[in-house]
Design a protein around this ligand. Structure first.
Ligand SMILES: Cc1ncc(COP(=O)(O)O)c(C=O)c1O
Length: 448
């Protein structure tokens, strides 16, 4: 049986497929030489050590592949997406359109429009429960949270530095640390705790070269959310050692339960973040946030780093020589999202209600139809991290092989866990309709 119409195509392993999607021109990580240069020269191109270990983003590659296969007429259910399936609220888009019509199309200061930096600071202050009043001078608006992470890592770390990366990790962290030519060091919490870190886990990984720690809550890919006490323990550990904490809080409003912080508006709460802890318990830090996920604005490319003004100045200086500033109309849209608070909370509330319902649906159906596969029960974001090594056999020995077989047999696209540092798992995104989720689990259960 071939529901997805795959067998007429020579199905390579996903690694090959992913490379094909990414253009096929990526040199092997061990090779500094671009071997398949489309315009061969006599002397091969030497690439800088900066990019020797660079790999393309597996999540983007799987999504691109799924889109391509669907465009070719195959029946694909794409559960690889890293973005909400909702459109940006219209009133946010309107602000950008109005700005363009008003001629607000020139450069802005490198760290962003002053009114947007102020709005970010006030948004964080509104949510903070322990006395934080972030300064607008400490906010740097970037082209997506990804650039905020890049700016922070590139500015803080370099050769010889080790950066602890909470594992399973969002796929770009080690690559970004590697671009700074620092060394990512993977540290994982206990599986039965949803991999959340404790100081004991960190003690086992720290060395005299450790300069940074990257954590993410709610987590991509597990959906795990640190409680305030758990976060306080990890943050305190970093502070005592003078280690830079990079806390990625991009999913902070997409949280389903737990001791999240009540923002006081529309019943929407947020996951505990660094600024829910008393300032004297927090050491050197950069909070990474943005509007991509919580406002369904992935394509607008607006993120921000929030830190002390001195470091913010360096981050802005770096940005002034790379992208100059985030796109001006996008900044105007983000300004609207962060200042029309009541409307924003309502929009987020509706989205979170849908994600919670889908989370419940997927969890129930997986337990019902695939009881032999365990998973981290998601408390936030819109991902489920499922352990599939119970199904490995002579032919399928890793997460890429498993995803390849599932794509071939059922047309369901998932992301191999190896992209997140755990080859026993796969990531399922439930940012899609209830009907497609029902159908996907049915196919996963019956397609074997
Ligand atoms: C944990 C995490 N951090 C950062 C980002 C990047 O966000 P942006 O699209 O704003 O660059 C993503 C996007 O997938 C993410 O999942």
């Amino acid at each position: 049986m071939d529901p997805a119409g795959w067998t007429d195509q020579a199905l390579a392993r996903p690694t090959d497929l992913l490379l094909a999607v990414a253009g096929g021109d990526i040199p092997h990580p061990d090779s500094p030489v671009l071997r398949n240069d489309p315009n061969p020269r006599e002397t091969p191109v030497e690439l800088s050590p900066n990019v020797q270990r660079l790999r393309p983003s597996a999540t983007i590659a799987v999504s691109t592949l799924a889109k391509r296969l669907r465009a070719e007429g195959r029946d694909i259910i794409d559960l690889s997406a890293g973005e909400p399936d909702f459109p940006t609220p219209e009133w946010i888009s309107d602000a950008a359109v109005a700005g363009i019509r008003d001629g607000r199309t020139g450069y802005t200061p490198a760290p962003g429009l002053p009114e947007l930096r102020e709005a970010v600071a006030r948004d964080l202050e509104r949510r903070a429960t322990s006395g934080w009043a972030p300064e607008a001078d400490g906010v740097v608006v970037t082209s997506g949270a990804k650039q905020a992470l890049f700016n922070a890592c590139f500015t803080l770390f370099g050769p010889g530095d080790e950066v602890l990366v909470a594992t399973p990790y969002w796929t770009s962290y080690p690559q970004i640390v590697g671009l700074a030519r620092a060394e990512p060091v993977f540290v994982s919490g206990a599986e039965e705790r949803g991999f959340r870190l404790t100081p004991a886990d960190l003690d086992a990984a720290v060395t005299e070269n450790t300069r940074g720690l990257i954590i993410c809550s709610p987590s991509n890919p597990t959906g795990a959310v640190y409680s305030r006490d758990e976060l306080a323990a990890v943050v305190g550990w970093a502070r005592e050692r003078g280690i830079w904490l990079i806390s990625d809080e991009i999913y902070r409003w997409i949280v389903f339960e737990g001791d999240g912080t009540d923002d006081g508006g529309e019943g929407v709460s947020s996951a505990p973040g660094v600024m829910d802890l008393p300032p004297d318990q927090v050491g050197p830090h950069v909070v990474i946030d943005g509007v991509s996920k919580c406002f369904a604005m992935t394509g607008w490319r607006i993120g921000y780093a929030v830190t002390e003004p001195e470091l913010a100045g360096k981050l802005a200086a770096m940005q002034s020589h790379t992208t100059s500033n985030a796109a001006t109309p996008s900044q105007l849209a983000a300004l609207e999202a962060l200042t029309r608070t009541d409307q924003a909370r309502r929009a987020i509330g509706e989205m979170v209600t849908a994600f919670r319902r889908r989370r419940d649906l997927v969890v129930a159906r997986l337990r019902e139809h695939l009881p032999h596969l365990s998973f981290v029960e998601p408390q936030g974001a819109f991902y489920l991290f499922m352990r599939v090594d119970a199904e490995f056999d002579d032919e399928v020995t890793d997460s890429q092989g498993w995803c390849s077989r599932v794509l071939e047999d059922t047309g369901v696209a998932l992301v191999p866990g190896v992209a997140f540092g755990d080859d026993r798992y796969v990531r399922l995104s439930y940012a899609t309709s209830d009907e497609l989720l029902e159908e996907a689990v049915r196919r996963l259960a019956e397609g074997r």
